[in-house]
Design a protein around this ligand. Structure first.
Ligand SMILES: N[C@@H](CCC(=O)N[C@@H](CS)C(=O)NCC(=O)O)C(=O)O
Length: 257
């Protein structure tokens, strides 16, 4: 039986939400291609299928709301057609199960719970620079962004980081795990790691202070995941895109003053 083929649909130049999916695949050593980066005119295919008013459906799959999306061929559906799904946590749950990055039957709901929490923080950080309108420029909502980013840094960071830190302690106590859930690396770890890494880029001053407050999470855990098998090589490669004008943006005025 042939291996499933994983194709990712996303914007070509930013880590964005697809980075959570890339990290899962890279950490598990699973091959994939990116339509917008690996195919000539691939981005117009992404736009046709995932964006716009009337996105095209593929192989009878339902229409996509927005990128990222995953297309699986040879997935064992038995009907010879591909499966196409969107929504970051949905893609993570699907691939987590296929690659063993979901912690297995006993742990998978907790893995998903932690990843969903990290994605909530992901959204809050995005909204810190776009608190009024996703469609408008940052400069048009700068005043509100200053207020919102302060709230995210001062009120929300301690709540999220405290929870992740408690997860680490719980997992260490319950099963001597060095990651968040269970014995090995799961997509809970890669998803949390990506959000923390984005926060280090967006709010370097704030994160330097928080590192001292949450040394387990922002020190040991953060460094440990960074050097995990598969991720270390990926993070040093050209496949890892730099942050720019995506979810994580560095506006010095939004950082701790
Ligand atoms: N909740 C969705 C959000 C998807 C989303 O906002 N995608 C962005 C890029 S990160 C996009 O390209 N949106 C285009 C649009 O909304 O038209 C997910 O997690 O996948």
């Amino acid at each position: 039986m042939s291996q499933p083929r994983y194709e990712l649909y996303y914007h070509p130049g930013i880590p964005g939400r697809l980075e959570h999916v890339r990290l899962l695949l890279e950490a598990s050593g699973t091959p994939y291609t990116e339509i917008a980066r690996d195919q000539k005119d691939g981005y117009s295919t992404v736009q046709k299928i995932c964006m716009g008013k009337a996105p095209e459906s593929v192989d009878g799959n339902p229409p996509m709301f927005a990128p990222p999306a995953l297309r699986v061929t040879n997935g064992g559906s038995g009907n010879g057609k591909s499966l196409m799904i969107s929504q970051t946590p949905n893609i993570l749950a699907y691939l987590g199960e296929k690659t063993g990055m979901d912690g297995g039957e006993e742990m998978k709901w907790w893995v998903q719970q932690v990843a969903l929490t990290a994605l909530d923080l992901n959204n809050e950080v995005h909204n810190s620079h776009h608190p009024v309108s996703i469609g408008a420029f940052y400069e048009q909502q700068r005043e509100e962004a200053l207020r919102n980013a302060k709230d995210v840094r001062e009120m929300r960071f301690p709540k999220y980081f405290g929870y992740f830190e408690r997860m680490l302690e719980w997992n260490k106590e319950a099963r001597q795990g060095k990651y968040l859930v269970g014995k090995g690396l799961t997509y809970a770890d890669t998803t949390v790691w990506q959000v923390l890494d984005g926060c280090f880029f967006a709010f370097p001053r704030e994160m330097e202070v928080r590192r001292k407050e949450f040394p387990g999470m922002l020190g040991e855990f953060y460094e440990g995941v960074k050097s995990a098998k598969g991720l270390k090589e990926y993070l040093a490669s050209e496949r890892r895109l730099p942050y720019s004008m995506g979810i994580f943006r560095h506006y010095p005025e939004l950082d701790r003053q």
